[in-house]
Design a protein around this ligand. Structure first.
Ligand SMILES: *Cc1c(COP(=O)(O)O)cnc(C)c1O
Length: 494
């Protein structure tokens, strides 16, 4: 392996200096001293079938504690992080994660409880989870919550399965299609398809909003429901949302509300009041729990009363002053996740909500929108803005005004890395060409946002040939996007 490590130097732009190779095992290094065993040695030969007994000891790497700490600390500095800088990744809501949330989630009374403890031994955490359900009900304006989904997309799948169950119970099984707005996140059509539905895309108008006429025409007897995001992934508030929900309901459909953009609505408006039947939260976006690179997360869903009986088990039930986990729920669709949800993440969301309180959450939405509108105002003359409707918590731009100079969205994104910023989301949503979706979030100061604006203005003054060679300051330089997607390599040595 050590040879491979040396051979790999230079490939993919990774420069691995000699002392920092990935394979660092040294025969005499020891990182941990295990205590003397307190149990009597057993006779393995008689305790286990011979086929299960190892013939040799596996070749674990031998490393000192210091080597391991340095290795992972070094790797962590190669990644961009929200603790390290501005991370305006549209739709992903990379806001700052307050460290108080970490303190609470790591308290041993929470972190060390065993999932198989009986209800009476875990009343504390059950009461917190129950409270969190109440908060999410209040914030969403809906009637019941399940904390179990492990991500927004998991919440979507659960929501679609609830929808399916609801129609089945009503003898409406012929409904086999879900409408998804054209600007939707890719997880929406995927979830609908995984839930067994056909997907029909609903076009948007030239102002970026949902086309009501197209919706009206599409709402046939086959439609089980509509998946809609509000504010949309174009950063726009669907001002006709009440009428949209009415059209769907009148034809017997349900409205699935993708709540990934709740950051813009907290304390200001409630999806339940707009007509949503099902909504998922992304705690890791809206309620400041750490995420990135695929996890961790939690995607609680909130539903209207008529869907409550179908929620997955266990339900958290409050009886007098105690709490229990109820597994025997007649109409429940059953379990969707091991144990009770991603408790560590849910505790962080709970702490965030309690720290800010109702008025603080409202301020979050105000500042998220204010920051985005400030950005939009400062960038509107230099960059093409596909929609004139004022934005909510994120700004959508394209590279249209830069094409004459030969500068693309990708060039701008890569150049931002050298300026010390994480790029915005690029080439999404798909409804505009070469999108840049910038979400500053409420946790950024005017100072930081001004620096970001200055960097963008500086970048587009550069020659496109220079931009095409950027970034130069990052560990991984400009990558070949095509081979990265066609022949991906997930290890450090290829
Ligand atoms: C992030 C996001 C999702 C998916 O949520 P995950 O928690 O990443 O699974 C769905 N819809 C929108 C609009 C999102 O931004």
């Amino acid at each position: 392996m050590e040879n491979k490590a040396i051979q790999s130097q230079g490939k993919q732009g990774l420069i691995l200096e000699e002392p920092f190779l990935f394979e660092q095992s040294l025969p005499d290094s020891i990182g941990v001293v295990l205590p003397e065993s307190e149990v009597d040695e057993i006779d393995i030969e008689s305790a286990l079938p011979s086929a299960l007994i190892r013939k040799d000891i596996p070749q674990f790497p031998m490393l000192s504690e210091q080597q391991v700490v340095r290795h992972f600390t070094r790797l962590s500095t190669w990644n961009y992080s929200v603790d390290g800088g501005f991370y305006p990744l549209g739709s992903c809501t990379m806001k700052y994660n307050p460290k108080l949330n970490e303190v609470v989630a790591n308290m041993s009374g929470f972190a060390d409880i065993h999932p198989y403890l009986p209800d009476e031994k875990v009343q504390g955490i059950l009461s917190i989870l129950w409270d969190l359900e109440q908060y999410l009900q209040e914030i969403s304006g809906l009637d019941a919550v399940s904390l179990q989904p492990a991500a927004g997309s998991h919440g979507e799948l659960l929501g679609i399965l609830l929808m399916r169950n609801y129609h089945k119970q009503n003898g409406d099984s012929h409904r086999n299609t879900i409408l998804v707005t054209a600007s939707a996140h890719g997880t929406n059509p995927s979830s609908a398809a995984m839930g067994g539905y056909k997907v029909k895309s609903l076009p948007i108008l030239s102002n970026g909003l949902t086309n009501l006429q197209a919706l009206q025409e599409s709402m046939t007897e086959e439609i089980a429901g509509l998946m809609i995001t509000n504010p949309s992934t174009c950063g726009l508030f669907e001002a006709d949302i009440v009428a949209i929900c009415k059209i769907v309901h009148e034809k017997g459909g349900l409205v699935y509300f993708d709540g990934a953009n709740m950051n813009a609505l907290l304390g200001k408006a409630r999806p339940g009041d707009m007509g949503a039947d099902i909504l998922h939260f992304n705690t890791h976006k809206t309620f400041a729990t750490p995420h990135g690179g695929g996890g961790p997360g939690a995607g609680p869903i909130a539903v209207v009363a008529k869907l409550k009986p179908y929620l997955p088990t266990p339900h958290i039930v409050k009886t007098n002053e105690s709490f229990k986990l109820e597994y025997n729920v007649d109409q429940s669709i059953g379990k969707v996740r091991s144990f009770y949800g991603n408790i560590g993440v849910l505790l962080r969301a709970y702490t965030y909500i309690r720290t800010l309180g109702a008025s603080g959450l409202e301020e979050v939405a105000e500042n998220a929108v204010l920051n985005a509108r400030y950005l939009a105002h400062k960038l509107q003359d230099t960059f093409h803005m596909p929609f004139t409707t004022p934005c909510m918590h994120e700004v959508l731009l394209t590279d249209e005004k830069q094409t004459e100079q030969g500068i693309t969205t990708m060039d701008i994104a890569k150049a931002l890395l050298d300026e010390g910023f994480h790029p915005p989301t690029v080439y999404f949503p798909l409804v505009v060409k070469a999108a840049m979706l910038i979400e500053p979030t409420e946790t950024e100061s005017k100072q930081t946002i001004d620096l970001f604006i200055a960097a963008l203005h500086k970048i587009i003054k550069q020659d496109h040939n220079v931009l095409a060679s950027l970034p130069t300051k990052t560990k991984v330089k400009r990558v070949d996007e095509v081979s990265a997607s066609r022949t991906p390599c997930y290890t450090w040595y290829c």
